[in-house]
Design a protein around this ligand. Sequence first.
Ligand code: ATP
Ligand code: ZN
Length: 225
Amino acid sequence: MSDSSRLRIAVQKKGRLSDDSIALLKAIGIKLQIRDRLLIAHSTNQPIDLLLVRDDDIPGLVMDGVVDLGFIGQNELEEKMLERQAAGKKAEYIELRRLDYGGCRLSIAVPNEMDYQGIQSLQGKKVATTYPFLLERFFKEKNINASTVMLTGSVEVAPRAGVADAICDLVSTGATLEANGLQEADEIFVSKAVFIQRAGEMPEAKQALISKMLPRMDGVTQAKE
Ligand code: ATP
Ligand code: ZN
């Protein structure tokens, strides 16, 4: 095990949240040396270690208390929270800040040729998604009896491949949908990146460090506005 007196922060290793999260840490004065392929990066001027992982793993690392802090998209956080609740696992965290990056929406999209008359048109249909818990919650709220097909990648090709009638996927510009002959039909979840802390007691020195980080983050965010 590594030194437990050091604050541990989970950050996406490579992807849409990586650069902004690391830039934010650097902007608040944390010096970091990140080397490719390493799971851990140590700060050279603060008692802070970064854990560089897939974003899917971050909610669980925080909720299991393996790391103290994490940067994660609300979509992934909420999905994993529902998944863990369903499995009877601990699903607690503290949201410290909502951040100004990582914006996207989780939307249902249907093939252009489908005669879509609103969400009722999905009654009895199959919908492919990477977010089955968020999608099933939405269907339940709307009283739609549809089934979800879990795919961790290539969701947008599922209708053409005959695997599903529609999809539910993250959208930012809509270009991917268009390229696959799909149109956005309903937005089910709007998301941004958030900075979260594990639930439970935090040693005083670590909490003091977190308390110093937050106003600096606010300063960086405000300076950009
Ligand atoms: P990993 O290998 O870490 O699992 P990934 O392929 O799941 O990577 P990314 O595509 O990097 O993840 O997306 C990570 C997060 O970035 C998403 O969960 C979402 O919160 C956010 N995001 C912002 N814009 C978009 C977008 N246009 N499409 C997908 N995700 C987006
Ligand atoms: Zn992921």
